[in-house]
Design a protein around this ligand. Structure first.
Ligand SMILES: [Zn+2]
Ligand SMILES: [Zn+2]
Length: 186
């Protein structure tokens, strides 16, 4: 079945090689929160343009620019999902980046894995962290800014510990703003 392309929806775009289970999990969980369908888009395989030899990381703003060129519809949100380590020049790393009220966002699972910290892999924890970061970055694309509430998924997080402290949901205030801003997409 094909859906009309102008209906609000989220398209997941794998950036580089990405664990399919991670994509499947996001496709299952995101529609619940955002009340719109979420489908898998064609992957963005070549990430070499965004690679920094000096930092040995990938410049997320560059990848975001590539994702923005894929978005043809004002009602569509594109979420890039990657396993490479992302940075922006002023920070050591980022879990993700988004355009406030814009059409695209990107998240990285790289530093959400227990193995990155020398701990045994925990897939359930990884999926939960990725879900939170996806909600957070997509929240920005729906016009949400950082929230003061420590439990709200829109709270800013600089470490995995801070990601774990948040819930995988929006606080009532952010949920209300999200619902309001979502309506303006139609
Ligand atoms: Zn943020
Ligand atoms: Zn909030």
């Amino acid at each position: 079945m094909t859906e009309p392309t102008d209906l609000p929806r989220i398209i997941l775009v794998p950036v580089g090689s990405v664990n399919p289970r991670l994509l499947e999990f996001l496709i299952l969980t995101l529609p619940d929160t955002f009340k719109m369908p979420c489908t898998l888009g064609p992957p963005l395989l070549d990430v070499s343009q965004a690679y920094s030899l000096v930092r040995q990381q990938y410049y997320s703003t560059e990848l975001l620019a590539r994702l923005l060129t894929l978005n043809q519809h004002a009602t569509t949100k594109i979420l890039g999902v990657t396993e490479v380590d992302l940075f922006i020049p002023i920070l050591t790393f980022v879990f993700g980046e988004a355009q406030l009220n814009g059409p695209a966002a990107i998240i990285s699972a790289h530093r959400l894995r227990q193995s990155f910290y020398g701990l045994p892999e925990d897939e359930a924890l990884l999926l939960e962290r990725c879900q939170k970061e996806a909600l957070h970055e997509l929240g920005h694309t729906f016009g949400l800014v950082h929230c003061q509430s420590f439990e709200c998924v829109m709270h800013r997080s600089h470490s995995v510990e801070q990601v774990d402290l948040k819930r995988n949901s929006f606080c009532p205030m952010c949920a209300q703003t999200l619902a309001h801003n979502r309506l303006t997409l139609r």
